[in-house]
Design a protein around this ligand. Structure first.
Ligand code: IPE
Ligand code: IPE
Ligand code: MG
Length: 247
């Protein structure tokens, strides 16, 4: 079924990235172009989230990670932050059923404890309700920062060494990855950023070491399924060398 959907989209099902990460950017500019409040852009952005989740699930992407709110985004005006939190709650409540029906597990990464209590509650409920699902893992990065994550993992490892649970010589790349939020997940093979900015904005710094990067000028609310599949096609045409000579 899934490989058929991938083929229908012009994709090779055996060469799909197992993990796609997306920096969803450009909601504010989308609204500004239309002389609308930035919040309207975020609302339309939520529709694109629905589309990307569905489109990924249909063709058989195993892990989809979306950057929804960064540690730096706390510096935005209070009104925008609270609108984003309300939107997030509404999104989770309305999507729980669809996630369940499509066998999608919700996973959250980031400093969740900084989010408002009510948002934390809905997140926990949705994660709990979808815990057993193994069709696709949808990860939302919320109050997330790559450097904060690396520091958190280093701290946890230092504690483990101090308590004698691990030895200093156990601190290596593989073990380190186990202390990250993304423990157990494959690294993203494809990183997409919308709105034309050529930067990673503190997203998954450790995990994107060898990700293929695709930047599109399209603003997030305008991002379509067709464009998404075209990016995946482009990914499949790239030669990933990992430092070796071409085969
Ligand atoms: C991305 O859109 C959504 C979040 C960061 C929450 P922006 O709000 O950054 O939109 P621009 O970059 O101002 O257009
Ligand atoms: C990155 O977008 C963060 C998210 C998409 C959540 P920003 O709009 O916050 O990033 P900068 O300011 O362009 O680096
Ligand atoms: Mg932005």
């Amino acid at each position: 079924m899934k490989s058929e959907a991938a083929e229908n989209a012009g994709l090779n099902p055996s060469k799909l990235p197992s993990h796609v990460a997306v920096i969803m950017d450009g909601n504010g500019r989308w609204a500004k172009k239309r002389v609308l409040n930035r919040v309207k852009g975020h609302e339309r952005g939520a529709d694109t989230v629905r589309m990307v989740v569905r489109a990924s699930r249909e063709i058989g992407i195993r892990y989809l990670t979306l950057y929804a709110f960064s540690t730096e985004n706390w510096q935005r005006p209070e009104t925008e932050i609270s609108a984003l939190m309300t939107l997030l709650k509404r999104f989770l409540t309305s999507e729980t059923r669809e996630l369940a029906e499509n066998n999608i597990r919700l996973n959250i990464i980031g400093e969740i404890e900084r989010l408002p209590e009510d948002v934390q509650q809905v997140l926990e409920q949705t994660a709990e309700a979808t815990r057993e699902n193994d069709g696709m893992c949808l990860t939302l990065a919320l109050s997330y920062g790559g450097r904060a994550e690396i520091a958190m993992a280093a701290r946890a490892m230092a504690e483990a060494v101090k308590d004698g649970r691990i030895a200093p010589e156990d601190v290596g790349q593989e073990n380190f990855a186990k202390y990250m939020y993304t423990s157990g997940m494959p690294d993203p093979e494809l990183l997409i950023r919308t709105s034309g900015e050529f930067r990673v904005s503190n997203f998954l710094l450790w995990q994107i070491a060898y990700a293929e990067i695709f930047v599109t000028p399209t603003l997030w609310p305008d991002f379509t399924r067709e464009e998404y599949y075209n990016i995946l096609k482009n990914f499949q045409e790239r030669e990933r060398r990992f430092g070796r000579v071409p085969s």
